[in-house]
Ligand binder design. Sequence first.
Ligand code: GDP
Ligand code: MN
Length: 384
Amino acid sequence: MKLVEYEGKEIFRRYSIPVPRKFGILKLGEDLGKIKIDKFPVVIKAQVLAGGRGKAGGVKIANNLQEAKEIASKMLAMKLITHQTGEHALTVEEISIEEASEIKREIYISVVMDRKISSPVLISSMEGGMSIEELAKNKPEMIIKMPIDIESGLMDFQARELAYTLKIEKELICQFTELAKNMVKLFIEEDASLVEINPLAITKNNSILAVDSKVVIEDNALFRHKELAELPDRESSDIEKEAKKIGINYIGLDGNIGCMVNGAGLAMATLDTIKLAGGNAANFLDVGGGANVEQITKAFKIILKDNKVKAIMVNIFGGIMKCDNIAQGIVEASKNVEIKVPLIVRLEGTRVKEGKEILKNSGLKINQADNAWEAAKLAVELAR
Ligand code: GDP
Ligand code: MN
């Protein structure tokens, strides 16, 4: 689960990581008047799930109320394309207003899982502000990596070593080591997969401030963090949210062939097969182990909510569930849902002969295929 900047900073506050003073959050349709600002300049920032907002116009400084109003009204509803969004622009629906900081120096610091060493690693660089991907490519020697023991967290000697390498001023070393240790503590306690501060600012009046935040929480650990699980889901589309509610594993994609498959592995293989046949899937959908009438009906409904879908390919392997039961399910479900696009079904497994017979005699217009490759080719053709 990815958090937006101001949500990440709320967690920073809980872990005593210093952040700029927040005046408020403004949502689309709200007026800046609702936020009390008693100090200028302020920094106004687009709260979207992508980095690189600065260069794309999503971070602006306002010196007075008039400027703040102009920037806020322009930024809300603006479409933001940053180097991280690809060509899909993000609509800015929320902005944050904070006290602007006078930045003397920018440092990069993050904690991330390193799968190779099966432990978190702290990554840091004196050259903050810019994208770490670029730095890793052009000046890899500027990046410091420090493995972390999850039992003891960041040790004092590690934090101090880091402070010296980053050439932190003497009077700020204590502040810095505390911050680094708290970041690691946050990472471990909140089951994060990424905690990033870019930039960590040294301000002109000599304090350390997390000017930006990026926090990603491991989805599989959300049950341990009720307050985080309750935050709005900003990553899923409306259809994905609905699918989640009814317990169907669904991810929307860009193509036009809707897929209904049982098992995540077979679902992935189906997407590949469609691609190989020259088409593109509209979704990943795993109906789960118990592909019964109810579940199949729900799945059809979900697939058809996406109006890009021009054909549906069902690829089900009858293992525990027998093919004749599944076929019965598909027939029943097709009566419950009006399927206006071509339906291609490939069944395989236990009692497949009986299953195919049921589909054939159902009186419904179902295109049957003997294998996944034939089904995919047919789906691509019929979706055209
Ligand atoms: P990002 O581009 O999405 O990573 O957004 P950031 O929050 O990191 O902001 C981008 C850049 O804007 C930072 O690297 C800073 O250089 C600058 N910036 C952000 N906030 C402030 C601020 O309060 N004061 C000043 N002077 N610069 C800021
Ligand atoms: Mn940043």
